[in-house]
Design a binder for this molecule. Structure first.
Ligand SMILES: *Cc1c(COP(=O)(O)O)cnc(C)c1O
Length: 482
């Protein structure tokens, strides 16, 4: 399998090359040149690591299959406590695919626990011996998931920049207590945009690259535009479908809708790959919060980022430029020149409109909707009171949209974070008193619901804080070059 840029101006590359590079040289994203066929009959009986190795082998064709099997085994067994791809019934015709049983309690673990191993092996496949330094700007979940994935790996260093006061207390402690000799964590005096712009400037800084190259270091990014982050997410759509069939909730071959809480469009796009590979899927329903630029796009065909940015209770979906949408536009049109044109319009004017034919294609596969914080909070309470199902604010947005948009097919909502990552918001939604500290709130949430808090979150209170440095955005470059 070869990969080409969504903007089309470069020669095709191998999977290893796409993973080492991240972004294509023309600024586009790497996409596979075809959709491999799923072997549903052969796959339905596999456990999660076996299935992951099968799916990945179809895409990462220059990797040794034995390596993929080992990597999938070590990634998806112990770190997920045997609960990788867990599906739970919530109400008639409604299931939750719980993706938060990994080490950092958010779905990003599925990609970020595996992708570091894929990167190390990609460098071996290509005979590259330089050190790789990963820079990450994060609003919370990505930073910790990346730290946990890259800590202790040979030939890799990682530096994470988070906005001072921009994350929850738990998210901050998850990062500043990270163990490992190859990790660094910095608080940036500013908001997420300040951190992200500072890191993006370093990536575009030729002098910085030359200085690092002189020291044998190459910069790389861990964010979701990398093919190595997208590919592992295709697996759980298949796995969930097989579990629905196994439990009798769905007949073999019957279509299922999936509703996905969406920000950067990575998770839901992985579902589209599963559909194109042959998984019986009806609609992929894109759920947005009040930052509803994607819901508007899927409804109207016009993508317009020129709008107010809201900080919501589902911060991982607070995003106005959804990078992975570019990949979908490429697959819908097969026309790199048109995609490049739309992306140029987005950069220059802040908006673009697709043609009627592309919009029709888009709407054949995707539904959409959005919910604000009050609706999501009401949904957290109703799910708990009616179904005894406890969910986090991101998942609650998807439950709202699934309810509004569902047709006749059974719906599976992707549950993307543990409710204990946002204990104060969840408690407030349940109508309980909210203590000041996140840890007291975790205990109160356990007392109110009988659900235990994940040990990896509870133990944060006892771990030593290793990183206390805060810096101004202008100092990000110097920190990245240390
Ligand atoms: C990152 C994240 C999302 C959004 O996923 P995308 O792939 O960016 O669309 C949703 N929920 C949670 C909890 C997340 O961490």
């Amino acid at each position: 399998m070869q990969y080409q840029s969504t903007r089309g101006h470069n020669a095709a590359v191998s999977a290893s090359e796409a993973i080492v590079r991240g972004l294509a040289p023309d600024g586009g994203l790497y996409v596979p040149q075809e959709f491999p066929r799923a072997d549903l009959e052969a796959w339905r009986g596999l456990d999660y690591p076996q299935l992951a190795a099968e799916v990945l082998a179809l895409y990462l064709t220059d990797y040794d299959p034995a390596f993929l099997q080992d990597a999938a085994q070590s990634t998806y067994t112990a770190p997920f406590a045997g609960k990788a791809g867990r599906v739970v019934p919530v109400a008639p015709g409604l299931h939750a695919l719980e993706l938060w049983h990994g080490p950092t309690c958010a779905f990003k673990d599925y990609a970020l626990q595996l992708m570091p191993k894929l990167l190390v092996q990609a460098k071996r496949n290509l005979g590259r011996t330089e050190k790789t330094r990963i820079l990450v700007a994060t609003s919370g979940d990505t930073g910790k998931a990346a730290l946990a994935g890259y800590a202790g790996l040979d030939g890799i260093e990682i530096a994470v920049f988070y906005p001072n006061d921009g994350t929850s207390e738990i998210q901050r402690l998850q990062m500043v207590t990270q163990a490992g000799d190859n990790v660094a964590v910095y608080a940036v005096n500013g908001n997420f945009d300040d951190a992200q712009s500072g890191v993006k400037r370093v990536f575009g800084d030729a002098e910085a690259a030359a200085e690092l190259a002189g020291r044998g270091i190459c910069l790389s990014s861990a964010n979701s535009i990398n093919w190595g982050r997208l590919a592992p997410q295709i697996v759980y759509y298949f796995y969930a479908y097989f579990r629905l069939v196994e439990s009798g909730a769905v007949a073999w071959g019957q279509q299922v809708d999936f509703c996905v809480p969406t920000g950067n469009f990575g998770d839901i796009l992985a579902g589209y790959y599963a559909k194109r590979m042959g998984l019986p899927m009806g609609k992929l329903i894109c759920a947005s919060n009040k930052n509803n630029v994607l819901a508007d796009f899927i409804r109207t065909g016009t993508y317009d980022k020129r709008r107010e940015f809201y900080k919501t209770a589902s911060p991982s979906m607070d995003i106005l430029i959804s990078s992975n949408l570019e990949r979908l536009l490429y697959h819908l049109t097969g026309d790199a020149a048109r995609v490049a044109g739309w992306m140029a319009e987005l950069a220059e004017k802040g908006c673009y409109s697709v043609d009627a034919e592309t919009l029709t294609r888009l709407q054949e596969s995707f539904g959409c909707g959005w919910a604000d914080d009050a609706q999501a909070a009401a949904m957290i309470r109703r799910r708990w009171e009616e179904d005894r199902y406890l969910c986090d604010p991101h998942t609650a947005v998807a439950f709202c949209v699934a309810e509004e948009q569902r047709g006749t097919a059974p719906v599976t909502v992707l549950s993307t974070a543990s409710p204990f990552k946002f204990p104060r918001d969840v408690l407030a939604a349940l109508g309980a008193g909210v203590p000041d500290s996140d840890f007291a709130a975790m205990e109160a949430l356990t007392a109110a619901t009988g659900s235990p808090a994940p040990e990896s979150l509870r133990c944060l209170q006892q771990l030593p804080v290793r990183f206390r440095e805060s810096l101004d955005p202008a100092a990000i470059r110097a920190a990245a070059l240390r």
